[in-house]
Design a protein around this ligand. Structure first.
Ligand SMILES: C[S@@+](CC[C@H](N)C(=O)[O-])C[C@H]1O[C@@H](n2cnc3c(N)ncnc32)[C@H](O)[C@@H]1O
Length: 280
């Protein structure tokens, strides 16, 4: 987006520190899956919370990890997806985030879920992962690459730390078409106030994946299952937790976004990538 400063990881960490508590405690839709919802079809009547869990389930099915395998959760948020994957598959999970508050709450969730032995979260930058090469069977970045200044670097880090044959998955926000002038204001505010990184298109992805030394299994535009309903439901959720927002984040610009206008921006899309590191 024009004239928008690309955020530093440290600023993204402070941004998520600010919202960590609200995300887990506020209202009936609070949960530890900090991403958009996924609705199977227009008839799917899942709430935002249920649809966010559905997004995690969809990613778990794509990750195809099994008991004893080890997944790296890049940009792990509050730990909801990593904990659910560990419960569903018996795999081990290590998660990283740039938010200290998230690390605390995510490890708390792992402990409360009886998974402290298999699931742990720590503070690290996706662009400099503090792990040896070939350490993991799979790595995913669920809606976290949206914030990073350099997607290519994150992908080559993920490719480095998974073993040959290991899987790499991600979801990302992308531009399906140039944003027309009359829709730019809410979109620019969205990029600025939620600290999104540089824009990307779906056509950038085959090259990004290949240049990281990975092979593409799927690159899918899932905007129709995700974007409009997520924006609409988020607007409704904001109303439901208006008392908490008023108390904790009254003047925060991230809460002044025009979600109604954003729900009409079909040009803003959401994609899923499944790739793997070739066997040597
Ligand atoms: C929208 S949240 C998604 C959280 C989680 N994946 C989920 O789906 O619930 C974005 C996450 O990316 C993390 N993140 C952003 N930039 C990062 C970076 N450079 N390194 C590590 N984590 C990062 C944030 O701290 C946050 O946890």
């Amino acid at each position: 987006m024009r004239g928008i400063k690309v955020p530093e990881p440290a600023d993204v960490g402070l941004f998520y520190d600010r919202f960590a508590q609200l995300a887990v405690t506020a209202g009936p839709e609070a949960n530890a899956n900090m991403h958009f919802g996924y609705w199977d079809s227009p008839d799917d009547d899942a709430t935002l919370r249920q649809a966010a869990v559905q997004m995690t389930e969809m990613m778990i099915s794509k990750a195809r990890v099994s008991a004893g395998e080890h997944l790296l959760d890049v940009g792990c948020g509050l730990g909801g997806p990593g904990v659910r994957l560990a419960q569903a598959t018996g795999a081990r999970v290590t998660g990283v985030t740039v938010s200290q508050e998230q690390v605390k709450l995510a490890n708390q969730l792992a402990a409360e879920s009886g998974l402290a032995e298999r699931v742990r979260f720590e503070c690290a930058d996706a662009m400099q992962l503090p792990y040896e090469a070939d350490s993991f069977d799979a790595a995913w970045a669920l809606e976290s690459i949206i914030h990073v200044p350099d997607r290519a670097r994150v992908l080559s880090e993920m490719a480095r730390v998974v073993r040959p044959g290991g899987r790499v998955l991600l979801t990302d926000i992308f531009e399906r078409a140039p944003i027309p002038e009359h829709k730019r204001e809410p979109v620019e505010a969205y990029y600025r106030e939620t600290l999104l990184g540089p824009t990307v298109t779906i056509d950038d992805y085959p090259g990004l994946i290949r240049n990281a030394g990975l092979m593409v299994d799927e690159i899918i535009d899932i905007s129709g299952n995700v974007m409009k309903r997520s924006m609409q439901e988020a607007a409704r959720h904001k109303e439901l937790v208006s008392a908490e927002i008023e108390a904790l984040h009254k003047d925060d610009p991230a809460f002044q976004l025009d979600l109604g206008a954003l729900s009409e921006v079909w040009e803003l899309g959401y994609l899923l990538v499944v790739a793997h590191r070739p066997e040597e």
